[in-house]
Design a binder for this molecule. Structure first.
Ligand code: COA
Length: 273
């Protein structure tokens, strides 16, 4: 499939509810507006966590992320922002509680996953399937990246070492890291999953050639997408497909005040299969 076909969903929609991705920089929501929306929309736990941050920068990051989650869930389900009940698994993974009688619109089961990285947020929403997302910035320092890559499998570390030091090598580290986090977050395991227990083989510029899952999972259950939604920003998405047809992907940019047309993409098949 050509890059143009990939971008436009291969010219066809699949008939399945699309996966929606919402990329939002902090700058899209002025601090005063964020604070007002947070006052009305966030629940007690979220308000309490927001109040605990020592640095204003971190509080702002948290508030924008959680206002974004509630806004998107409201658009997707019809549940008003302040009324969504979000609970967490024992490993901290958030889930939307479906009201008795089901969600007002868009089917009954919805999964979402959030990632934030220094002033950027990525939120993924999927119907009838699990989703995991991760977003990272390339300017996070070479030392941190070297430590990260030590957690990877030997073949992945070799692939990283074969790149020129600097941005090309850092990008390889973060492409692998975001894919691993996205997969692990889709499963709800977070950092509880050992990152050398599953491996990715990646294409030179973008795309997963091969995925070897942990012993308790199968490769056919997942599809992966890599995106770079802003300069120096790397992100990955893991979507459960269970060996079936993949849904299309709609990528939205900016805080969703309205319903601007998304960019349509497809979940590519691993090229090495
Ligand atoms: C999930 C985790 C990998 C996030 O790492 P990160 O790169 O720092 O953060 P990201 O910005 O990508 O993602 C953070 C978001 O992921 C979501 N999240 C939290 N735990 C999650 C999990 N287990 N699985 C999937 N998503 C999770 C949350 O929405 C969180 O944001 P929020 O706290 O503001 O709501 C990490 O926090 C983790 O491993 N947590 C699990 C801890 C655990 O196992 N605890 C055991 C009992 S206390």
């Amino acid at each position: 499939m050509t890059a143009r076909q990939l971008e436009h969903g291969g010219g066809r929609e699949t008939g399945l509810a699309p996966v929606t991705l919402w990329f939002c920089p902090n700058d899209d929501l002025a601090p005063g507006i964020t604070a007002t929306l947070a006052t009305y929309w966030l629940d007690e736990r979220e308000q309490e966590i927001a109040g605990r941050f020592l640095f204003e920068r971190d509080r702002r990051q948290y508030l924008v992320a959680h206002v974004l989650v509630r806004r998107v869930l409201a658009l997707e389900t019809g549940i008003p922002e302040a009324e969504a009940i979000i609970w967490r698994s024992s490993r901290g993974r958030p889930f939307l509680q479906a009201p008795v009688g089901g969600l007002p619109r868009g089917g009954n089961t919805l999964d979402f996953n959030l990632s934030h990285a220094n002033a950027y947020h990525l939120l993924g929403v999927a119907r009838d399937r699990r989703i995991g997302v991760d977003i990272e910035r390339l300017d996070r320092g070479e030392q941190a990246l070297a430590a990260i890559s030590e957690t990877f499998a030997p073949a992945e570390r070799d692939w990283i070492a074969a790149a020129v030091p600097g941005r090309p090598r850092d990008r390889r580290v973060l492409r692998l890291w975001t894919l691993k986090e996205a997969y692990s977050k889709a499963r709800g395991l977070g950092l509880g999953l050992s990152f050398d227990s599953f491996t990715f083989t990646l294409a030179e510029d973008r795309g997963v050639l091969d995925f070897r899952p942990p012993a308790d999972d199968s490769a056919a259950r997942w599809r992966f997408l890599e995106i770079e939604p802003a300069p120096e920003v790397v992100a990955a998405v893991a979507v459960e497909v269970d060996g079936g047809r993949p849904p299309s992907v709609h990528l939205h940019h900016g805080f969703p005040w309205g319903r601007a047309a998304p960019r349509r993409m497809v979940l590519p098949e691993p090229a090495g299969v």
